[in-house]
Design a protein around this ligand. Structure first.
Ligand code: AMP
Length: 282
């Protein structure tokens, strides 16, 4: 695995690969890697010739500075995992490399419309603008044929889909399934920060999602939402939201409809905020 820290050097190396006719796959991450990240790499290896991963904890997408400071970092282990997974290029830029004028300088504004105002957007002001800024910069650096992202961040996938449209990109987005621990907890870098007690509680998020999914349509969604939120509160969570939404455009729903849907949840355990979702329908 080659490691690059500069956009120009990475671009030059990947330019050679492209000239040789290689299809480039890319999986951006913020490090503190787990098997969920590795599953993206495995999908990329199946679909493409050259796999690029990036590790960059992007300051502009953290609305809470404490969350940014406390974001876990396990770089040595990450490098071992990516090497073992067969990644060809690791891009590991500094903040100065990605934001030469500083992360607080003025950035382009993306018109993501409604999808950036609901759910995560309502609780994390400017988060998706920050995601747009960094994904756009990373895509310009890597220029991948295929981009691999996790359904775990359902709304982020919709934002990136829109970003690809806005920027007229020909990169193809692949949304990969959420990897879970044996008890159902969605794998997440933030899980590393959970105390053993919080870890035991955390499973209630996926249990609640599954319970809502199993009971969808048996009573009005408002009732399921209220019971689900109460379950989370009883377990020790401070929930932010539990919603049913259209899988196409994230319109919040009062009742199931035909077509793809998602049940989405965000809840806090102490200062750790966890999100998860399950899709319903086709
Ligand atoms: P992150 O490092 O949290 O920014 O995540 C990097 C990529 O990995 C994103 O596309 C995430 O959606 C994806 N990802 C995170 N957790 C999981 C998981 N449990 N299963 C599959 N993909 C995941």
């Amino acid at each position: 695995m080659y490691l690059f820290k500069r956009v120009a050097d990475l671009g030059q190396a990947l330019g050679q690969e492209k000239k040789a006719g290689k299809r480039i796959g890319f999986a951006p991450t913020m490090g503190a890697l787990h098997q969920g990240h590795i599953s993206l790499i495995q999908s990329a290896k199946q679909e493409t010739d050259i796999v690029v991963a990036s590790i960059f904890v992007n300051p502009t997408q953290f609305n809470d500075p404490k969350d940014f400071e406390k974001y876990p970092s396990t770089l040595e282990q990450d490098i071992l995992l990516l090497t073992a997974a067969g990644v060809d290029y690791l891009f590991l830029p500094s903040v100065a490399e990605m934001y030469p004028a500083g992360p607080d300088a003025e950035h382009p504004h993306y018109d993501f419309g409604y999808i950036e105002s609901v759910l995560e957007g309502a609780y994390r002001p400017n988060h998706f603008q920050g995601v747009g800024i960094i994904v756009h910069k990373l895509l310009e650096a890597v220029r991948p044929d295929d981009l691999f992202m996790g359904q775990k961040d359902f709304q982020q996938c919709m934002i990136v889909k829109r970003l690809l449209e806005i920027t007229g990109s020909s990169t193809q987005l692949h949304i990969c399934p959420t990897l879970r621990e044996a008890d159902g907890l969605a794998m997440s870098s933030r899980n590393m920060r959970l105390t053993p007690g919080q870890r035991a509680t955390a499973v209630e998020i996926s249990r609640t999602l599954q319970w809502v999914k199993d009971n969808l349509g048996t009573r009005p969604f408002s009732g399921l939402r209220a019971e689900g939120l109460a379950r989370l509160e009883d377990a020790g969570f401070a929930p932010d939201y539990l919603e049913l939404a259209s899988g196409n455009d994230l319109r919040l729903l009062d009742a199931p409809e035909d077509g793809p849907m998602a049940i989405l949840v965000a809840a806090r355990l102490g200062d750790i905020r966890l999100i998860d979702n399950m899709t319903v329908g086709s």
